[in-house]
Design a protein around this ligand. Sequence first.
Ligand code: ZN
Length: 141
Amino acid sequence: MKPRNRDKLYIYNRDNKECFFCGKKLKFKQITLDHLLPLSKGGTNDIFNLVTSCKKCNKIKGNSILKGIDKIILELFMQAVKDNKIIGKGLNIDNNTLKEQLLEIDRIEDITDKFIFQSDNMRFYVKNNKVVKVVYLGGLK
Ligand SMILES: [Zn+2]
């Protein structure tokens, strides 16, 4: 499944219309999207797993994984939360409450199989830019 055009435009603007790797300014039609965690290694088309890349850098990077990828993905995810790009699916909490909870996230629990983000007392399973499952870890603040 390819990222939708609307997502592509969001990523392009989010990345300041520059190649994430070399900083070259790019026109929208010039860009490619690079998967931080490559599809071949279980990556997805979630917007926080995609960055704007020039063709050259995308080719060089190939299927390798950057150092510090967790931190980068976490930052991009938090940005997506702030931009109201991450919503719930099949949850019985409304999106405003969910957003408040998501803003508490401070770490990535797992990226190998699916994206799992975590705050002090909650764990969020994210797929296709949607929170599909929330686990309460106990201990109310
Ligand atoms: Zn580049």
